[in-house]
Design a protein around this ligand. Structure first.
Ligand code: HGY
Ligand code: MN
Ligand code: MN
Length: 417
């Protein structure tokens, strides 16, 4: 008993246990959204939460909530968490760290003498990564009203399974969970995450106060041509979708990818049809992920990118589907200051930095004061099976999260409806 303190060993053990859900041979995880592997991770965190007297609930978008009740039912809740889904070759920390740290903070609070005034809720958002179902951050976008449930439910994975079907399956597996409404009012949102970049490690800091998230636009582009015989169809008569893709890709890498040192341009997925060695490709579907911290530059590059896709397509046809259009945002300055003060009190070195990666916190920021806490990851590596964070940093980030939550959930001047 006493003031709440993070149990670093318990937190590390929970991360290792969660890493077994979808573990890959190379030490990473493949725990994609709404999969059996993610269900297994849900079972673990729900079990740990219930053992500590917390309650579990979900909502129409398949977000998971674990609630430590406060003393005043009128006080708006404080929410903290991240996501449990991963990239197909994901690591053991991206997303899951923010959920495990949030739950550990709630367990530490539950075991302490402190009684929060408001509910403190840990959240695992549905489909942050967007690898099985694109775009990502569906759970937080549904919660924030940015995407409708109808839009989300219509999305299908590569096997043709819709989000509606996968959500129904999840609801059946966890049928006993009560449902919360989407977008319930909040006093604040905090998300802990590994940095996924090199800044903290290079500057020898352990805590990052995240100032905001750089802007991101994504598209799915479809190039349609005509299939034909690789041995008989004259080059001049072909409508080769892969040839069109090659022209487009080369221009995009040169002009968009080479625009300045800040731009990030990625073609991460490419599907060729019919994908047979002796058939002229009739269809190419590819993804584009474009990021830039400067919103006017992001806009300009987005327009140029679409112009290049159109100019270089003939004799094929192009169809463009915009998936994400999220400008750079800023997080709450007061919350950043509180995180900085929490780190200072524990004598943990910290700095302010912009997030180069996207996070659910982006969609929470317009709803309530929101902020993020970063910890370093080895070599800045993420979205990779060898992603790694040091146990001492994992504990430090969770302790700063807990200390900041403590200020928020015991401050009766906040969160009046
Ligand atoms: O792609 C992103 O920035 C995030 O990791 N999903
Ligand atoms: Mn993440
Ligand atoms: Mn990620």
């Amino acid at each position: 008993m006493g003031m709440p303190r993070i149990d670093g060993d318990r937190l590390w053990a929970s991360l290792l246990a969660l890493a077994e859900c979808g573990a890959t041979a190379k030490g990473g995880v493949n725990r994609q959204a709404l999969s059996a592997e993610e269900h297994a991770a849900w079972r673990l965190v729900i079990g740990w939460a219930r053992d500590a007297g917390l309650t579990a609930s979900t909502d129409a978008a398949g977000n998971l909530f674990l609630t430590l009740p406060g003393s005043d039912p009128q006080a708006l809740p404080v929410l903290t968490g991240s996501h449990l889904d991963s990239q197909p070759t994901g690591g053991r920390f991206d997303g899951v760290y923010g959920v495990a740290a949030a739950l550990e903070a709630l367990l530490a609070l539950a075991e302490s003498d402190v009684r929060p005034v408001c509910d403190v809720i840990a959240v695992a958002w549905m489909n942050e990564e967007g690898s099985r179902f694109a775009p990502g951050m569906m759970g937080s976008q549904a919660f924030a009203g940015v995407m409708s449930m109808a839009e989300i439910e219509a999305v299908r994975d590569a096997q043709g399974i819709s989000v509606a079907e996968a959500l129904a399956e999840q609801m059946a597996v966890f049928a006993e969970l009560p449902r919360r409404s989407l977008g319930f009012p909040l006093a604040a949102y905090l998300e802990a995450h590994i940095e996924q970049g090199p800044v903290l490690e290079a500057r020898e800091k352990v805590i990052g106060m995240v100032t905001g998230i750089q802007g991101k636009k994504t598209w799915e582009i479809t190039l349609s041509g005509m299939e034909g015989h690789a041995g008989t169809l004259a080059m001049a008569d072909r409508e080769d979708a892969l040839a069109a893709f090659s022209r487009i890709a080369q221009r995009l890498y040169e002009e968009i990818g080479g625009h300045d040192t800040m731009v990030k341009f990625t073609i991460g997925r490419l599907r060729v049809e019919p994908n047979a060695p002796s058939v002229v490709p009739a269809k190419v579907v590819f993804s584009i992920d474009l990021r830039h911290p400067d919103n006017p530059v992001l806009e300009h590059l987005g327009q140029r990118l679409l112009a290049i896709c159109t100019e270089q397509t003939a004799p094929c046809r192009v169809a463009v589907k915009a998936l994400v259009d999220a400008p750079s945002n800023l997080f709450d300055a007061d919350l950043q200051a509180q995180i900085e003060a929490s780190a200072k009190r524990r004598e943990i070195p910290s700095l302010h930095l912009l997030s180069a990666a996207g996070h659910d916190a982006r969609y929470m920021a317009p709803l309530c004061p929101s902020a993020m806490i970063f910890i370093p990851c080895k070599g800045g590596v993420s979205h990779a099976e060898h992603e790694w964070a040091e146990p001492t940093h994992v504990t430090a980030g969770a302790q700063v999260l807990l200390d900041t939550l403590l200020t928020l959930c015991t401050d009766t001047s906040r969160g009046e409806p």
